[in-house]
Design a protein around this ligand. Structure first.
Ligand code: BF8
Ligand code: SF4
Length: 635
């Protein structure tokens, strides 16, 4: 698996061009890092104080404690807690920005209309806010107030975003474990404190603190961000477009949006349309916007903007020589982009005060001047088009048709064509009768340690063949989109017979005239909250705990700390959560055992590490079958 860089034909094609053009890519740098440090890989290195660094000998021949006396178990558990807290911090910071935007929008101080009144009312009602006879702006401000109170909660009671949205049975479990978060910033601060020199030395206590960070991530990060963004920009509904680098066009200005937060990219999509005549004036046919990583997913879900590629091929997008401008916001942006852009005519634009890259042009993005920034960026792309060197351009002709936009509201909308009164019933009935064996959510990244996309695609093929419905987000969704698993033909090609029959029935009823895709694109990584909302609704409908549902999660190629925090949240929801790359915990038998087995008794979920895609698929199916049996669905 390691000998090839990718299974995506566009990426393979461009990787060769990168070699020809003398461009160093992520794969070259990975090779130069070999062999990677064994202590770090096992989680056995501590740099938490400057008496260190301390390392524990995994073979038991050298030191078995750090200078302060910290054991392997303590060092591994502390490192993991810090990583998960960092992932949660990234998501909470993202959510915070979205809350700020809704507040300013409701006050009429910025030019962002509130797009989705139904979502606003639904969120308000869920929070116990009276919605009758209130202007949208007034209601939005009341919702914002609850979010801000959560962010600054100095009391002992948990965050409202958790208590209002989490499944009841889960709340009881989390309360009994003492892991209900009070205020996200306080919990992240506490995790940093708890892991400094001379603090917590109890691995169990540290792992429980890690679970708490999972809840911070799930509710103060993912759920809060998605809720705010849906209110501001609209809740996604099905859209049809294409995925892969072949969506770039030789005769258009190509502008790539990359990162995570849709506040700027929504404006860019809008201004790209408006300023299209200016592109025509320089000889282009218009402005083609395409997305990388989760910003790509955000504008795909709501605006039908095509997907360019996922994490591992971000550099290769520039190697096409056809990207006039790449604009980035936050997270998962390789620092190497500045250097690579300088080898082509591509203008790399950074926009956020905490993400500056040498070689990039910095155009500060503020909510107050969003339109100006977006216009300036689109105009820079149009100006860069004239500098394109046709001899350097190579756009690989690979594109897959995709249908995306499957918010919970969109899924319920499609199902309600089958049963208007109880829209979840057709889905539940088909799970009960075994036509759908269960549901697996595939999430997360690419990781250079795995050939790009191979784990996502091979594992999902096996799941679909065995009649497991797949929902996907993040770079996993990109991978499955590029592989042609997000269209009706994908149902014909990959789904087992009974799953195909269900997808066909729903597709026909929803007026598609064809089956639903076998993999439903539910959005960006923060949109994992949509998956949370769906399972919460299913559990509520059935009156069971989410941990009892025949549902599992998988991050087949995780790289980011955010993937660890999302995975931790999935475990707290009671799901078996597969990781296809081993996280740095194997240096502690106790921590590894707690994560993969010991936690289950108290929390219901567990991590499951398996590095072979087929074996992982069957492991997840076996887990789902056990849950079916426990529910009395199978013998
Ligand atoms: O937040 S899946 S590589 S892009 S971290 Fe990053 Fe991982 Fe992609 Fe989206 Ni999520
Ligand atoms: Fe070493 Fe302890 Fe300092 Fe870590 S906290 S670097 S184990 S002395």
């Amino acid at each position: 698996m390691l000998n090839i860089r990718s299974i995506d034909p566009a990426a393979l094609d461009l990787a060769k061009k990168a070699d020809r053009d003398g461009i160093e890519t992520v794969w070259d740098r990975y090779e130069k890092q070999q062999p990677q440090c064994g202590f770090g890989s096992l989680g056995l290195c501590c740099r938490h104080c400057i008496q260190g660094p301390c390392r524990i000998d995994p073979f038991g021949k050298g030191p078995d404690k750090g200078i302060c006396g910290a054991t392997a178990d303590v060092i591994v558990a502390r490192n993991l807690l810090r990583q998960v807290a960092a992932g949660a911090a990234a998501h909470v910071d993202h959510a915070y920005e979205a809350v700020e935007a809704l507040k300013l929008a409701a006050e009429g101080k910025i030019d962002y209309p509130i797009a989705d009144l139904n979502k606003l009312k639904a969120i308000a009602t869920g929070l116990g806010i009276e919605t009758e006879n209130k202007e949208p702006n007034e209601l939005a401000l009341e919702v914002v107030q609850v979010a801000y109170e959560d962010m600054g909660n100095h009391q002992k009671q948990p965050m409202k975003w958790v208590s209002a949205h989490a499944p009841k049975q889960r709340l009881e479990v989390w309360e009994s474990l003492g892991i209900l978060p009070r205020n996200p910033d306080r919990e992240i601060r506490e995790a940093m404190h708890q892991t400094t020199m001379g603090m917590d030395a109890d691995p169990v206590n540290l792992i429980l603190a890690t679970a708490k960070q999972g809840l911070v991530d799930g509710y103060a990060g993912l759920k809060l961000a998605t809720d705010m963004q849906d209110i501001l920009f609209g809740t996604p509904a099905p859209v049809v477009t294409e995925a892969n680098l072949g969506v770039l066009k030789e005769d258009y200005v190509n502008l790539i949006v990359h990162g995570h937060v849709p506040l700027l990219s929504e404006k860019i999509v809008q201004w790209a349309k408006t300023l299209s005549p200016e592109a025509e004036a320089v000889g282009a046919k218009g402005v083609q916007v395409a997305g990388i990583c989760c910003t790509g997913n955000e504008v795909l879900m709501r605006q039908g903007v095509p997907l360019a590629t996922n994490y591992l091929a971000q550099e290769l997008a520039i190697v096409t020589g056809a990207v006039d401008t790449m604009v980035v916001d936050v997270q998962c942006i390789m620092p190497s982009l500045g250097q690579i852009a300088s080898c082509y005519h591509t203008e790399l634009i950074t926009t956020m005060p905490i993400v500056k890259i040498p070689g990039a042009t910095h155009i500060p993005f503020t909510l107050e001047h969003a339109d100006e920034a977006a216009q300036e960026i689109v105009r820079k792309a149009i100006a860069a088009y004239a500098k394109r060197d046709p001899n350097k351009v190579h756009i690989p002709d690979y594109r897959a048709k995709i249908m995306a936009g499957f918010s919970v509201e969109a899924i319920v909308g499609a199902l309600s064509k089958l049963d208007a009164d109880q829209p979840l019933k057709p889905l539940v009935d088909n799970i009960v009768n075994g036509n759908i064996v269960g549901v697996v959510a595939t999430v997360g990244c690419n990781n250079v340690k795995v050939a790009q996309d191979i784990f996502h695609v091979e594992m999902v093929k096996e799941l679909l063949k065995n009649n497991v419905l797949v929902v996907a987000t993040g770079c996993s969704a990109h991978a499955l989109a590029k592989a042609g698993m997000m269209n009706s033909e994908g149902a014909e090609k990959y789904a087992g017979e009974s799953l195909k029959a269900v997808l066909t029935a729903i597709g026909e009823a929803a007026g598609l005239g064809a089956p639903l895709p076998p993999v439903l694109h539910m959005g960006s990584c923060v949109d994992n909250s949509r998956i949370g909302d769906l399972v919460t609704a299913l559990a509520g409908y059935l009156g069971v705990d989410t941990a009892a549902l025949p549902v599992a999660a998988s991050a087949p190629e995780p790289q980011h700390e955010k993937a660890l925090s999302i995975g931790t949240w999935a475990v707290t929801m009671g799901f078996t959560t597969h990781l296809g790359v081993v996280p740095p915990v194997l240096g502690s038998k106790q921590v590894s055992e707690l994560l993969t087995a010991g936690l289950t008794d108290v929390i219901g979920g567990k991590f499951y590490v398996e590095t072979d895609p087929q074996t992982a698929a069957h492991g997840l199916i076996e887990d789902i079958r056990k849950k079916r049996q426990a529910l009395g669905l199978d013998q």
